[in-house]
Design a binder for this molecule. Sequence first.
Ligand SMILES: [Fe+2]
Length: 297
Amino acid sequence: MQQEPLPVIAFIFNNLMYGLFMATSSIINFSTLSLSGMNDFLKSDPRGETAKEVMRILVQCMEAQTVVYVYPSIITTIVLIIAVSTIVKNITYMNETIRTHGQIKALSVEVMEALAHTIDAKDEYTRGHSVRVAKYSKMIAEKMGLNAEECENVYYMGLLHDIGKIGVPNEIINKPARLTDDEYGVIKKHPVTGFDILAEIKTRPDLATGARWHHERYDGSGYPDHKTGEEIPLPARIISVADSYDAMTSNRSYRKYLPQDVVRGEIEANIGTQFDEQPARAMLQIIDEDTDYMFHE
Ligand SMILES: [Fe+2]
């Protein structure tokens, strides 16, 4: 039987309708031809007359409408197979990408933590300082309501804030006596040294932020750039509070860590001069919640 060519819209419509028909009939078949359903069906129609009738009508339809239904159905099936295999392939690829991304991220964090341990190992009296500063910085960021990504970034910047100390001779870092002005001058170079080292990480230039400006003070009396107020990037203002908190709550060669109320008082007293109010208040909240004074070296 000769079939008139169909307009494109009618062709697509037929194609979709046939796909819908196939999907619907498959669902009906699967549900009706369950074991119990099949039993009932066989009992009510032992000679299979209904099935034969349905088959006969279907054959008639196919003969009459080969072009309209069969060709589109073949195209639908091919397109569906391609679509399904593409989706499966994409999902597999996406899973692998997510897994690889997770592994790279975990490796990056481990490398940064290893670097932090390396820096801290130079100083006999500040073991674990960088990891603690990173932890406190993240806690402050969370208290301030920063989003998860910002909190994570503050943690990384905290880990690496003192990386410039790699350039300071061990004799100066571990000198038990008072430092000379020249020696103190060498120590004061560590923010810029750290910035220069971290600026080499081209994919994450922001990581250098904490290193360069964590010794700035809110009133402009810090170093190296004497920035004031909000000129100092927020992560550096956060790390500054965490850094001071850890310095006061760590043991030194000449003293034990300070009592919690003294630490609290120092932070509160330096709001607006050394510290930005927001991260300092967040640190005060953390102190107030730390009723057993767990956060110290
Ligand atoms: Fe520092």
